[in-house]
Design a protein around this ligand. Structure first.
Ligand SMILES: [Ca+2]
Ligand SMILES: [Ca+2]
Length: 248
């Protein structure tokens, strides 16, 4: 700076006693020529010179459902108590997550495998519970029971003894026709992009190449479990294959 010329210096209001006080439960953020008061995490409703008050997350956000046993609010925070053993605390107690009983056999008090009946060995996890199913090759989501004509497509994994979703990468009308045939329908419309809800990323197969004449999806070339190529890299949590089957 040239000698003799004055300049204005920023005042850090946040650090200067008596200039400004943001109040309780706040952070003061200084900037060149100004400053602002922001509420600390867990607080809201800033009032000048007073500060911020507690957010009642339990009332405002309903963060613990589904699976809530209780939501405990307190000054600056909250905590979920969850309905065990079907749900448990996750995200550091900030929400309740479904227990995947098919993966977590232990702790249920019913033995190592929740599906011990050899007639129904297929463990099917769902939000808030699980069921034991026959080892169906194809399962259509929509309820815990495989009775529906439309939904996301799951297939039985022998390796993991559970149903796992099919990725929609290259999912085509030919593949849909085979899937619907397996369910006893003559026709079907295709859905993609986890049309019926997100199913996670634990896919069993992707990249089906059925020619539509096959009796089973297991007869079609595909990638994934037990195949030479793994699940396609474009498979994400919103890429589950689906069908809408009908007779026509
Ligand atoms: Ca709170
Ligand atoms: Ca479950």
């Amino acid at each position: 700076m040239p000698e003799g010329l004055g300049y204005c210096e920023d005042i850090n209001e946040c650090q200067t006693d008596g200039i400004y006080y943001c109040g309780r439960n706040t952070n003061c953020q200084n900037s060149i020529g100004s400053f602002s008061c922001v509420c600390k995490g867990g607080y809201h409703n800033f009032i000048a010179n007073e500060g911020c008050s507690d957010r009642n997350e339990c009332a405002l956000d309903d963060p613990c459902n589904p699976g809530q046993a209780a939501c405990l609010n307190w000054d600056g925070g909250f905590k979920c108590l969850c309905n065990e053993p079907r749900f448990r605390e996750c995200s550091g107690g900030l929400s309740c997550c479904d227990v995947n009983e098919c993966w977590e056999y232990h702790g249920l008090g019913i033995g190592d495998n929740p599906c011990s009946n050899p007639e129904r060995p297929g463990c099917l996890n769902w939000l808030g519970g699980y069921t034991c199913e026959k080892p169906l090759v194809l399962y259509i989501s929509g309820s815990p029971y495989p009775q529906y004509s439309e939904g996301d497509v799951f297939m039985w994994s022998d390796a993991y003894r559970t149903f796992k979703p099919v990725c929609d990468f290259s999912w085509s009308s030919n593949d849909v026709k085979v899937a619907c045939r397996m369910l006893g329908f003559t026709h079907g419309n295709i859905t993609r992009d986890s049309y019926f809800g997100r199913t996670g990323t634990d896919f069993i197969y992707s990249t089906f190449v059925c020619d539509s004449t096959e009796a089973s999806l297991n007869d079609c070339p595909r990638d994934g479990e037990g195949q030479a190529v793994g699940i396609h890299t474009k498979c994400t949590s919103s890429t589950t294959a689906g069908v809408k089957c009908y007779n026509g």
